[in-house]
Design a protein around this ligand. Structure first.
Ligand code: AHR
Length: 507
C-alpha cells in the first residue's frame, strides 16, 4: 500500500478500447415526482412554450448533450397503460400510480415525450410494461409509434396529429423485473419466456428496433447473476442488450469509501459480461451481447425525506437529492468506468434528468439550476466521443475495508482522430494531496495541451442551489507541461479534471 507518490499512464493508439457509442451518455425521465410535471413540462410557467415544455430546462438539456432519453420508467412503467397518455388531453384519465403512490394526470404522454425529445435533440428510448401487461400492449405501442399508417394504432397516432412515425429505435422489455417491489415481479424463467415472446412480436411489427432485456436491479440482488444466465438463456437470440442498474450513496459519511464505489461498477460490468459470454458459449453463437447500463447515479440524500411522503399527490417532491462536490466526483468515476468498458457497454442512462436524482433542478413556477453532477456529465457527453484509450494507469493506492486497494487516480482518454482532438478525464480520489499523473504521450508527439478544466471545492459537501447556483462549477486550469514526450498532469486533491490536447492548439 503506497500512500505517497504520483501516478503514471500511457497514451497510445494501440491501447484503444473501442469507439464510444454516443448513447453511453444517455439519460432517463420517469413519471416520478417532479421529473415531468414541474420539471420538463409546466404549462403556464413563464418560460413554457406552446406545448408546455419549459424552455429554461430545454436549454440546459441541450447543453448537456445527451443523445438518448429513456422513458416512461422505471418502476412506473410496470403499472402504466400507454393509451392513457395519448389523444385529446381532456379525455385522458387520472390514475393511481402504484409504483410511487402518486396521482398521474396523463397530461404528458408518449407523443409529448417524443415532441420534447425532438426539441432537445435527443432520441427517445421507450420501455414497455411487462409487469401488469404483456405482449399485446407491447406490440400495440410499437405499432402506434413506429408503423407508418393504415392500421388501427398507426392511424390513431396520425389522428392525434403525428403523421410521420415516431421511429423509436430502442425499447426496454420492462423494468427491474427481478425486484419484488416491481408491479408484476417475475421469476427469471417467467420473465425470460415473456421477454423472448414479446421481443419476437415487437420485432415483427418493426424489425429495425433494438431491444433491451432486464438484467438484475443491482449487483447485490440475491438472484444475481443467475437471473442474467436464465433470462439470457431464454431470450439471447431476440435481444441486443441486457440492462444493469446501480445507485451509490455515502450512507456512513465515509468519503474515501464513497469515492471507491465505482470499483463496484467496474466489477458489476465485468461480471455481467462474463455471464453473457458464458451463455454465448453455451449457445455456440457468434452473437456478442451488449450492455445497457440504463440506470446509474448517486441516490441517498432524499431517502429519509421520501419516507415521509404523503401518498396520492400530483407531482410530489420525491427523490430530490441535492448533490455535493463529492457526489460529482463519484459521478466522474462512474463515467470513467463506463468509458473504460465501452467495448461492451453501448448505452448508459444517468438516472435521472430533471428534479428526480437529477443534474438539472427546477422550482415549480420558478427557476432552474445545474447541480454539481451536471458538469462531469456534460464534459464527457461533449468531449468523450471518439475512440476510448485505456491509459494503463499505475497509481498509488489507499486501503478501503470494502474495496481493498483503491487507486487514488482514475483516468481514461478519448481520441477524436478526425477532429485531431484528444481528451483525458481524471479524478483524484486523494482527499488531502495534490497528485501528479505523468503520461507517456510519445505516440501523440504532434499533439499539444490546448485547454484544461477542473472542478474542486475545499468543502466536499458544497452544493449548488437556486439561490447560489454557482457554488461548485468548473474552472479553467493551467495548461500541463509537456516535455520529451511526457505530459505532467497536476490533479488537485478531490478533483474532477479534463485535459484537452490537439494538433492545432485552437480548442
Ligand atoms: O430511478 C428511480 C428508480 O430506481 C426507478 O424507477 C427504478 O427502476 C429503480 O429502482
Amino acid at each position: 500500500m503506497e500512500k505517497i507518490g504520483n501516478a503514471t499512464g500511457l497514451l497510445a493508439r494501440e491501447l484503444s478500447i473501442d469507439v464510444v457509442d454516443p448513447r453511453l451518455y444517455g439519460t432517463f425521465l420517469e413519471h416520478l415526482g417532479r421529473a415531468i410535471y414541474g420539471g420538463v413540462f409546466e404549462p403556464g410557467h413563464p418560460r413554457a412554450d406552446k406545448n408546455g415544455f419549459r424552455e429554461d430546462v430545454c436549454e440546459l438539456v441541450r447543453d448537456l448533450n445527451t443523445p438518448i432519453v429513456r422513458y416512461p420508467g422505471g418502476n412506473f412503467v410496470s403499472g402504466y397503460n400507454w393509451e392513457d397518455g395519448v389523444g385529446p388531453i381532456d379525455e385522458r384519465p387520472r390514475r393511481l400510480d402504484l409504483a410511487w403512490q402518486s396521482v398521474e394526470t396523463n397530461l404528458f404522454g408518449t407523443d409529448e415525450f417524443v415532441s420534447w425529445c425532438r426539441k432537445v435533440k435527443s432520441e427517445p428510448m421507450m420501455a414497455v410494461n411487462l409487469g401488469s401487461r404483456g405482449i399485446d400492449d407491447a406490440r400495440n405501442i410499437v405499432e402506434y409509434c413506429n408503423h407508418p399508417s393504415g392500421t388501427h394504432f398507426s392511424e390513431m397516432r396520425r389522428s392525434n396529429g403525428f403523421l410521420d412515425p415516431h421511429a423509436i429505435p430502442v425499447w426496454c422489455l420492462g423494468n427491474e423485473m427481478d425486484g419484488n417491489w416491481q408491479i408484476g415481479h417475475k421469476s427469471a424463467d417467467e420473465y425470460g419466456r415473456l421477454a423472448q415472446e414479446t421481443a419476437k412480436v415487437m420485432r415483427i411489427v418493426d424489425p429495425k428496433i433494438e431491444l433491451v432485456l432486464c438484467g438484475s436491479s443491482n449487483q447485490n440482488m440475491p438472484t444475481f447473476p443467475e437471473w442474467e444466465a436464465t433470462v439470457l438463456n431464454h431470450a439471447y437470440d431476440q435481444v441486443d442488450f441486457i440492462s444493469l442498474h446501480t445507485y451509490f450513496g455515502n450512507r456512513n459519511d465515509d468519503s474515501a469509501n464513497f469515492l471507491a464505489m465505482s470499483l463496484g461498477m467496474d466489477a458489476f460490468i465485468e461480471e455481467v459480461v462474463a455471464t453473457c459470454d458464458y451463455v454465448k458459449a453455451k449457445k455456440r453463437t457468434q452473437k456478442k451481447m451488449m450492455l445497457a447500463f440504463d440506470e446509474w447515479n448517486v441516490w441517498f440524500h432524499s431517502n429519509s425525506a421520501d419516507e415521509k411522503n404523503i401518498p396520492w399527490q400530483e407531482a410530489p417532491e420525491l427523490l430530490e437529492d441535492v448533490y455535493t462536490m463529492e457526489d460529482a466526483l463519484v459521478i466522474g468515476c462512474m463515467l470513467i468506468s463506463l468509458i473504460k468498458h465501452c467495448d461492451r457497454v453501448k448505452i448508459g442512462c444517468l438516472a435521472q434528468l430533471v428534479n428526480v436524482i437529477a443534474p438539472i433542478f427546477t422550482k415549480t413556477g420558478g427557476g432552474v439550476f445545474k447541480q454539481t453532477t451536471y458538469y462531469p456529465f456534460r464534459d464527457v457527453a461533449r468531449w468523450g466521443r471518439g475512440t476510448a484509450l485505456d491509459m494503463k494507469i499505475i497509481s498509488p493506492v489507499y486501503d478501503d475495508a470494502e474495496y481493498g486497494s483503491v487507486p487514488f487516480i482514475e483516468a481514461v482518454a478519448v481520441i477524436e482522430e478526425e477532429a485531431e482532438e484528444l481528451t483525458i478525464f481524471a479524478v483524484n480520489r486523494d482527499l488531502i494531496n495534490t497528485r501528479e499523473l505523468a503520461v507517456d504521450s510519445r505516440d501523440f508527439s504532434d499533439y499539444q495541451p490546448a485547454s484544461c478544466f477542473f472542478m474542486k471545492n475545499s468543502n466536499l459537501k458544497a452544493c449548488n442551489t437556486l439561490r447560489y447556483p454557482c457554488n461548485v462549477t468548473p474552472e479553467e486550469g493551467v495548461l500541463p507541461e509537456l516535455s520529451s514526450g511526457s505530459l505532467r498532469l497536476r490533479l488537485q486533491s478531490a478533483s474532477w479534471n479534463v485535459f484537452r490536447l490537439s494538433k492545432s492548439r485552437n480548442l
